[in-house]
Design a protein around this ligand. Structure first.
Ligand SMILES: Cc1cc2nc3c(=O)[nH]c(=O)nc-3n(C[C@H](O)[C@H](O)[C@H](O)COP(=O)(O)OP(=O)(O)OC[C@H]3O[C@@H](n4cnc5c(N)ncnc54)[C@H](O)[C@@H]3O)c2cc1C
Length: 145
């Protein structure tokens, strides 16, 4: 069962590295664990902030609510047609690892987005872009909770 940690130092979850704590912190590895978390008192009675690689977040003070982090991993091909290969990536995968995974298989489309910091989940939310390519043009669907 997923654990909620109190007074967790989350500095390592940010790229600025400025010392910061969360009153509550939980990391889940499956949708089932996230569902279980959503029924906890700490989830229902506090502000909830989902964090990824922390490259687009700057904490000015400790966070008084619940910080969530996805550890949902895995990258796999799940469908293919004449022109397109569809791959699925866990929200907790590093975005650039996903780009590398595509390049290793000669799958074109995301190469301009190499080395953008952060995780796969936030890349969709932030609609990352570089050199004329934007995530919305290459992301087919996002599973949301
Ligand atoms: C040096 C540097 C270079 C960068 N270059 C680029 C660039 O070229 N192009 C570009 O577009 N961006 C760039 N960025 C911005 C950054 O890479 C993106 O915004 C990235 O998507 C942030 O990912 P993260 O995992 O660090 O998200 P975080 O900073 O942790 O979170 C960003 C947002 O996503 C939310 N979030 C986090 N995880 C989830 C989740 N699983 N589900 C839903 N919401 C979630 C957070 O609440 C927050 O609102 C750069 C940043 C840095 C520091």
């Amino acid at each position: 069962m997923v654990e909620i940690i109190e007074n967790k130092d989350i500095t390592s979850f940010t790229t600025f590295g400025i010392p910061v704590k969360a009153r509550y912190f939980a990391e889940y590895s499956s949708e089932r664990e996230l569902l279980a978390l959503s029924r906890k008192e700490e989830f229902m009675n506090n502000e909830v902030l989902h964090i990824g690689g922390g490259s687009n977040l700057l904490f000015l003070e400790d966070f008084g609510g619940l910080v969530l982090h996805s550890a949902i991993k895995g990258i796999k091909e799940y469908r293919k047609d004449d022109e397109t290969v569809y791959a699925i990536a866990g929200a907790g995968e590093k975005w650039t690892d996903f780009v590398d995974w595509c390049l290793e298989r000669n799958l074109a489309g995301v190469e301009n987005l190499a080395h953008i910091p952060g995780e796969a989940g936030p890349s969709a939310l932030e609609n990352v872009g570089a050199y004329g390519v934007v995530a919305k043009d290459v992301i087919h669907a996002v599973a949301c909770f």
